[in-house]
Design a protein around this ligand. Structure first.
Ligand SMILES: *Cc1c(COP(=O)(O)O)cnc(C)c1O
Length: 463
């Protein structure tokens, strides 16, 4: 082997070793940022260090401070693992070092994004001709979708926001549910719309938008440029808005409709769950993640827009030395907030190629079934399940909810599985997300037993 081959194999072997044991050791060694900083904070060397030494040093510095989120019993946030093919593809992505700005820089990067984007639209039931920007995550997807909405609603009022900015523009309102994801608020801050542009709509006990209240809000202030942000997959309950009713209503009111579907949009790919997002294809823009439910490595999200020309006009810039930007056909780099960027299409392509249509459906369905199994096991052991487990999210309470944080701390300390806490409708609850392709029924049963034992140890239930 050449020196370079040996180096790459060394790195790949360390990554494979890490993953092989990730499900067997505690998720986190209880390290802090300061501990990790101390491990990395070696003196800046005066001169060069051989690359193989650097790789060994890196592994040694990181290992005790890595959080094993790739393991099958990690149920925190909405994380997802990373599939073999997509992870290997990302190793190649780094090796190839392509700039995905345009086809002039990498026909391969653009070609993979075009193909993978097409497959994602097909799986999720989104319009074939929609444009797909490969962004860092659903945060980026929300920013792009709402930017396109801002462009369109102001153009309807004869105003060019990309040229004129917001000073002097008609005031845009953003109509969205009380249970929206926090990234919507950050997108509004970045886009200059501000969080005071928000007009909240009442949500039901699962966090889905009350469509009658949406109708009421839309009937007021009808002249105001309006963006409606809907949600597929509430981050606590998994609930989705009633798209089939809400989207036609919003469009009739002249609004742009954006859907934040970071993980919930993937219900569309599973025949038995697709009804949860019925009608979602009627929207104008969608944001979703590949790094959550599709189990692609970080970072990987998609910004999908029904009107490709509008998408390009909103996001692109022109420079004389660039080819393929600002013209009639847009480069894929014209659809995102970045200029130079990593080629994210290879990993998404590899993930979908490895799973196929039935594999994605199975992945989604299996996680939902496992979430249901977790809820059953915990309920049998005396827990209260606080949401309708229609997707992959489970909210759990044990009698006296003041003990919730103590249970979570005990579960994390004990180490069989990892989960976090949330506050949902004023109740402090355990929050479980089943989003990893490698989780099995045995993992669920083992984890449920560990959670029940933890609850008993802190005195929340009798053991
Ligand atoms: C995770 C999530 C986001 C943010 O996604 P990132 O990938 O972290 O940018 C936005 N909306 C919802 C509903 C989410 O679950």
């Amino acid at each position: 082997m050449s020196e370079l081959e040996e180096l790459f194999v060394r790195a790949a072997r360390a990554a494979a070793d890490y993953r092989r044991t990730a499900g067997e050791v505690p998720v986190s060694g209880g390290s802090s940022r300061e501990d990790a900083h101390a491990a990395f904070d070696l003196p800046l060397p005066d001169g060069p260090t051989p690359a193989s030494v650097v790789v060994d040093e890196l592994v040694a510095a990181a290992d005790a401070h890595l959080v094993r989120t790739v393991g099958p019993r990690y149920f925190g946030f909405v994380i997802g693992g990373s599939s073999p093919a997509s992870t290997a593809a990302d190793i190649l992505t780094a090796g190839w070092d392509q700039n995905a700005f345009s086809a002039a820089l990498s026909p391969a990067a653009e070609g993979a994004e075009l193909a993978a984007g097409g497959w994602v639209k097909e799986l999720l039931g989104l319009p074939r001709d929609a444009s797909v920007g490969f962004v860092t995550g659903a945060q980026g997807g929300n920013t792009v979708g709402i930017a396109c909405g801002r462009h369109w609603v102001l153009a309807q009022h004869g105003y060019d926001v990309e040229a004129g900015g917001l000073i002097g523009a008609p005031r845009v309102r953003v109509v969205t549910g009380f249970e929206r994801h926090g990234t919507i608020d950050r997108s509004l801050k970045l886009l200059g719309l501000g969080t005071s542009s928000l007009v909240p709509v009442i949500t039901d006990d699962q966090g889905a938008l009350d469509v009658d209240d949406l109708a009421r809000v839309l009937s007021q202030d009808r002249e105001r440029p309006t963006i409606v942000c809907l949600q597929a997959g509430n981050v606590n309950t998994g609930a989705s808005d009633d798209f089939a009713r809400a989207i036609p209503l919003a469009r009739d009111a002249g609004a742009w409709v954006h859907v934040d579907g970071a993980f919930g949009l993937w219900a569309a790919a599973a025949p038995r769950r697709a009804h949860l997002v019925d009608g979602v294809g009627l929207a104008d823009s969608w944001s979703t993640d590949a790094h959550k439910w599709l189990n692609v490595p970080y970072d990987s999200g998609l910004a999908i827009v029904r009107d490709p020309a509008l998408h390009g006009r909103t996001m692109s810039y022109a420079a004389a030395y660039l080819t393929g930007s600002g013209g009639a056909t847009y480069s894929l780099g014209d659809l995102v907030p970045d200029s130079s960027r990593r080629a994210r299409g290879f990993a998404v392509w590899a993930a979908l190629r490895e799973l196929g249509r039935s594999g994605v459906a199975d992945l989604v369905e299996r996680c939902c079934a496992l979430a249901g199994r977790m809820a059953e096991r915990l309920a049998e052991g005396g827990a209260t399940i606080a949401n309708d487990v229609m997707l992959n999210q489970v909210l759990v309470g044990f009698g006296d909810l003041s003990k919730t944080d103590a249970i979570v701390a005990e579960v994390q300390r004990e180490g069989t599985c990892w989960l976090g806490a949330t506050t949902w409708h004023d109740q402090r609850l355990l929050r479980i997300s089943v989003s990893n392709a490698t989780t099995t029924e045995a993992d669920i049963d083992r984890s449920a037993a560990a959670i029940l034992a933890s609850a008993a140890r802190v005195g929340a239930i009798s053991g």
